[in-house]
Ligand binder design. Sequence first.
Ligand code: MLT
Length: 246
Amino acid sequence: MIDIGSGPALLFLHAFPLNSEMWRPQAAAFADRFRIVAPDIRGFGSGASRVDPWSFDDVREDLFGLLDALGIERCTLIGLSMGGYLAFHFLKAHAERVERFVAADTRARSDNDPEKAGRDGMIAALQSRGHAALAERMIPKLLSSTPEAAVLTGVRKLIDQTSANSAIHALTAMRNREDSSQVPGQIQCPALVIVGQQDLVTRVEEARQLAASIAGSRLVEIPRAGHLSSLEAPDAFNAALAAFLG
Ligand code: MLT
């Protein structure tokens, strides 16, 4: 978990199967003006001791409790991919705690049938082959076709910190998550949608549709970045975020 800096709070929710450390480039860029809070979702990073299955409702209430515990009344909520799915779920119940919203490389809808089948296949691979299946199956989906070596190494290192068991719980929670398709149309706070132009998980066209469904939102498409746009193109991601935060 990251909690550094002071000022208005930025709450960053990480992608699967990484952890809060993926937000270091943003913490470095914004901690001089903002309080950077990046929790570890159950089972990831400093939350690795949480070995039980979880649901999106559980994590939504973890986040609500965290804001209370840290004395944060309202935050800018920033979620990338799985973090974005969780952010939409949080907004549905606790919109009053969110003063600005950033949806990066993510979507509001739940999994469709082929995506659910994909989760089942991944869970089966983790059960039969263990942790090795995680990086092998995920890395090609997470980065652009030509990632920098340091980015690739960094992502692999974060994935290696995630156990097969934790990955299975997260995949199950994502598979079973409620649809939040109605949430974008209800968002009343300022919103930013970011997408890597080479995102293979949430494609640019889907991000455009998401931005079109949030009244008054901005869309930023990041060149030469895949799904993990904040890690692969941190300067462009941070510039988009800085312009949005003002
Ligand atoms: C993520 O980056 O969080 C995952 O790729 C999301 C997913 O598998 O749907």
